[in-house]
Design a binder for this molecule. Sequence first.
Ligand SMILES: Nc1ncnc2c1ncn2[C@@H]1O[C@H](COP(=O)(O)OP(=O)(O)OP(=O)(O)O)[C@@H](O)[C@H]1O
Ligand SMILES: [Mg+2]
Length: 252
Amino acid sequence: MENLQQGSKGIVVLFGGIKGGPGKTTVAYNMAVQHKAAGNNVTAVDADDTTNLNGWGTSREITRESDAVYSDIPEIVVVQKTGKAVGKAVRKLADQLGDVIVDAGGLDSDELRAVALIADKWVCPIVASQFSIDTFGRLAEVARNANVMREQFDIDPIKIHLVINFAHPGPKSLNASKKKEVTDILEQAMQHEKNKDFGSIFTVLDSVINYRRVHQRECEGRGIGIGELKTSNQSALKGREEFQDLYREVFQ
Ligand SMILES: Nc1ncnc2c1ncn2[C@@H]1O[C@H](COP(=O)(O)OP(=O)(O)OP(=O)(O)O)[C@@H](O)[C@H]1O
Ligand SMILES: [Mg+2]
C-alpha cells in the first residue's frame, strides 16, 4: 500500500461505518494484532465513544500481566480520542510514530468524518443484509464530502473497502458467491442516478469473515486477536486464516 501522505512515518487505516454492530472493533483489533506481529509500529485509536477498543486494550494489559499463557503477547498502545480534532491527532500520531489503526465507530459521527479526511485506507465491515446495504447511500455521502476536501489538499480520494463479516461458515470456495451477493446489490443500487458513482466509492474485498463464536468467547474479553489464541479448535483455526487473508488484502 502506498503511503499517501508524504513525509509520514506511517499510514492511517480507518475502520468505520454507519451501521452498528457489523464487527468494526473486532476487525480493527485483529488487524492491529496482525500488523504488530508482522513487525510494525502500531497505535490503535478508539474514536468511538462506546470505548470498546479501549476496553479491549485494557483487557490486553491485564492479560499480559496476569495470565501466564499469554504473557508473551506484545503491547499494543490503545488511545481514546473523540471530537472533530481527532483527524489531526491521528495524522500526527502516524507522522511521528508509525501506522495507526482507527476504530471510528458505527454512527455517521464527527470522528468518522474527520478521520475520512486524513486516512490512507478505509475498511468497512458489513453484514450482507438489506438493512446494512441501506446505509450505503449515507456512507457514500461521507466519502464524497471527504473527497471534496481531500482534492483541495491534493490528497488521493478515499475508497471504502467493504468486508463481509458474520457470513455463514463454509469453505473458502464459497467466498466468491458471498461477495457476488453484495456486488449484485451494489450494481442494482447504481441504476439509480444518485448512486451512479458507487463503483468509484465502494470496493468489495475478496476476503470474507465468517461467524465464529470464538471471537466473543475467547478473544475480546482477553484482549487478544484470534491469531494469538492458543487453541486447536478447528473453527478457531479457520477463523484465524480468514483474518490472515484479510490482513494480507488490506495491508499488502
Ligand atoms: N465474525 C464474527 N463471529 C462471531 N462474532 C463476531 C464476529 N465479528 C464480531 N463478532 C461479535 O459481534 C459483536 C459486535 O462486534 P463489534 O463490537 O466488533 O461490532 P462493531 O461494529 O464494532 O459494533 P459497534 O457499532 O457497537 O461499535 C461482538 O460481541 C463481537 O465479538
Ligand atoms: Mg465497535
